[in-house]
Design a binder for this molecule. Structure first.
Ligand SMILES: [Cu+2]
Length: 272
């Protein structure tokens, strides 16, 4: 029976890691399993690096466990068992090696972290496309008028949407994240974008969507009874479609019910 458990524990590790590797390729990560932003791909690479380190350690320790069980199974009933009271050298090694691995991960991921969070390291041509304000329980988005740059304070010709964040794909863009009341967090799994919205702070978040599409966004900070209602979308379109949308959105928003041209006025009069 001892030999059975020895093989069982050794194989269990290999099988688990095998399934995890298959899962990681097909359904572990949100969406189609791959990041849809440039930086997201680097974040995925960090996940895989850590996964490999963990897998090697996991398989290694289980093989050692299997070996110990196998040796234990060989002991005959009349044989005297042997006890170990620890090994100083071994303990030093298994303290230093994991510390070294953790230090390596901490240093290795610094570039990605800095690029993601520190404004001075954002891509140079990052366009500020919108201000996103979280509130109980929705996202209000303010865009500068076509051809203008985003101002810290609302402008009369700004365009507004609720729960729809429109961005051009294929270029680095940033949004200014704020909160009107409590703490919220934007989370767009497929873009690997996650950031808390903190009352009193304006936090810039940049990303470059690689493929046009609609990506689900949720609030990732339990912010009250209607937390679940904070579903939103990031809609990434081509630059031209983004500009065209802006023209349309401005038309709709500023339409005051009065036909604009003399022809339209005449058409309206004919209707009556
Ligand atoms: Cu929220």
């Amino acid at each position: 029976m001892g030999r059975f458990w020895a093989i069982f524990f050794s194989l269990a590790a290999v099988v688990t890691v095998g399934f995890t590797a298959i899962g990681a390729e097909y359904w572990w990560f949100p969406g189609d399993g791959h990041a849809h932003t440039t930086l997201g791909k680097k974040i995925d690479d960090l996940f895989y690096l850590i996964l490999i380190i963990v897998a090697v350690t996991y398989i290694g320790t289980h093989i050692v466990l299997g070996y110990v069980l196998w040796r234990g199974a060989e002991i005959r009933k009349d044989e005297k068992v042997w006890f170990s009271h620890g090994s100083h050298a071994l303990e030093v090694i298994w303290t230093i090696v994991p510390s070294g691995i953790l230090l390596f991960i901490a240093l290795y991921q610094m570039d990605v972290w800095r690029n993601y969070r520190v404004k001075a390291y954002f891509p140079k041509k990052t366009a500020a496309v919108a201000e996103v304000t979280a509130r109980q329980f929705e996202w209000r988005i303010r865009y500068p008028a076509r051809g203008k740059t985003l101002q810290p304070r609302p402008q009369p010709d700004d365009i507004y949407t609720v729960n729809d964040i429109r961005v051009p794909a294929g270029q680095p863009v940033s949004i200014s994240l704020r909160s009107d009341d409590v703490q919220h967090a934007i989370f767009v799994p497929e873009l690997r974008v996650k950031q808390d919205a903190v009352p009193g702070l304006v936090i810039p978040v940049w990303f470059e969507v690689t493929e046009t599409g609609t990506y689900d966004m949720v609030c990732a900070e339990l912010c009250g009874w209607g937390h679940y209602k904070m579903k939103a979308r990031v809609i990434a379109t081509s630059e031209e479609d983004f500009e065209a949308w802006k023209i349309n959105a401005a038309k709709e928003q500023f339409y005051d019910g009065v036909p604009a041209t003399p022809d339209a006025v005449a058409a309206k009069a004919d209707e009556k």
